[in-house]
Write a protein that binds this ligand. Structure first.
Ligand code: PLP
Ligand code: COI
Length: 341
């Protein structure tokens, strides 16, 4: 029996569900892991995560398909990215097969929380791990906890598919040789002042520029960026300091293989947006799916996209329909993209 939730009116907020997965790392190994009802974490006051922010996370979703199956989308890539993130912060990677099994267990244990097909909501899955033993000198922890909780969510941006206005941030998200390419909590902590500032000024998100020259478009606080040029083809900003979004990597395949579009990944200058070289712009990610951008504001100058402020542009709409069609089982997925629970 599905839970008594008003699925269609969910925002992107935490709802406590019934079960979560926990595994602990001690004496050089991960324990077997359990599903538990206990949503509380008890750690030392001096835990590595509390002192030096040693924590990484992931985000993926479970979907109810048109024919009633529960599936996840490319969780193997989340497992791999979390291994990369952990390695960069000197944390013991949680093995890929264990990650996939844990996702399966926690979704199965919360089956009733998976929003029904067509409700507009999905089950967001949040794996994360953190240093748990006392650390006072600056060094990696020796003990860690890996957890996954799930929470049903609606659209990340209020208004769903309505185009948003974003600003060019005065803050940097990542250092040139820093941690922008991994999913570390620290990247989000340092974006909080920037996002509060943007929201106070009436913007939905920040576009961050490359920190070295501040001339190139990187990504937003929680999503990669995708542009459609004047010929209707896809342009993706290339940078070593953006998160390798699984949604964006999937959209590149969808654009080429399903829609026959040309996809170019290259450095994108802010001046190209200023010159009106792009007709459509969208933010893509697990939470954002594809959220259309109607306008970029750069210190008072407005760069409006031809697609306007009323609806998603035609090419992004096709990408959106195809990607979500694959995720919801309406379209055949490329081999290995869909994991049934
Ligand atoms: N970029 C940032 C900074 C993010 O936090 C996210 C969210 O995961 C993404 C991009 C999108 O990545 P993905 O498509 O793997 O969810
Ligand atoms: C995601 O899309 O999964 C994210 O992590 C973005 C944001 C909610 C942090």
């Amino acid at each position: 029996m599905a839970k008594d939730v008003d699925w269609s009116n969910l925002g992107f907020d935490y709802v406590k569900t019934d079960k979560r997965y926990v595994s602990n790392y001690k004496d050089g190994k991960w324990d077997d892991g359990v599903i538990t009802e206990d949503d509380k974490v008890v750690i030392s006051e001096c835990a590595g995560v509390l002192q030096y922010a040693q924590t990484v996370f992931e985000g993926l979703k479970a979907y109810t398909t048109e024919d009633g199956r529960i599936v996840t989308f490319r969780p193997d890539l989340n497992a791999e990215r979390m291994i990369d993130s952990a390695s960069r912060l000197e944390m013991p990677p949680f093995p890929k097969e264990r990650f996939l099994d844990a996702v399966k267990q926690v979704v199965a244990a919360n089956r009733e929380w998976v929003p029904p097909y067509g409700s507009g909501a999905t089950l967001y899955i949040r794996p994360y791990m953190f240093g748990s033993n006392p650390v006072i000198g600056v060094k990696p922890a020796e003990e860690y906890q890996f957890r996954i909780f799930v929470t049903p969510v609606g659209p990340y941006f209020k208004g769903g598919a309505k185009p948003i206005t974003v600003k060019i941030s005065d803050f940097d998200r990542a250092a040139p040789h820093g941690t922008g390419h991994i999913k570390a909590g620290l990247n989000y902590a340092m974006s909080l002042h920037a996002i509060v500032t943007a929201h106070n000024e009436g913007f939905a998100e920040n576009i961050y520029l490359d920190p070295a020259t501040r001339t190139k478009i990187e990504e937003t606080g929680g999503a990669n960026i995708i542009f459609i040029d004047g010929d209707g083809n896809v342009v993706i900003p290339k940078s070593n300091s953006i998160l390798p979004s699984i949604t964006r990597r999937s959209l590149m395949v969808v654009a080429e293989k399903y829609l026959g579009l040309k996809v170019t990944q290259r450095e994108v200058l802010l001046s190209e947006a200023e010159n009106g070289d792009f007709k459509e712009c969208g933010l893509c990610g697990t939470a954002a799916v594809i959220s259309p951008v109607g306008k970029i504001v750069d210190h008072g100058k407005e760069y409006a996209f031809a697609s306007g402020m009323d609806q998603m542009g035609p090419t992004l709409q096709k990408l959106y329909d195809t990607l979500t069609g694959i995720q919801m089982g309406r379209l055949e997925a490329p081999e290995g993209w869909i994991y049934e629970i």
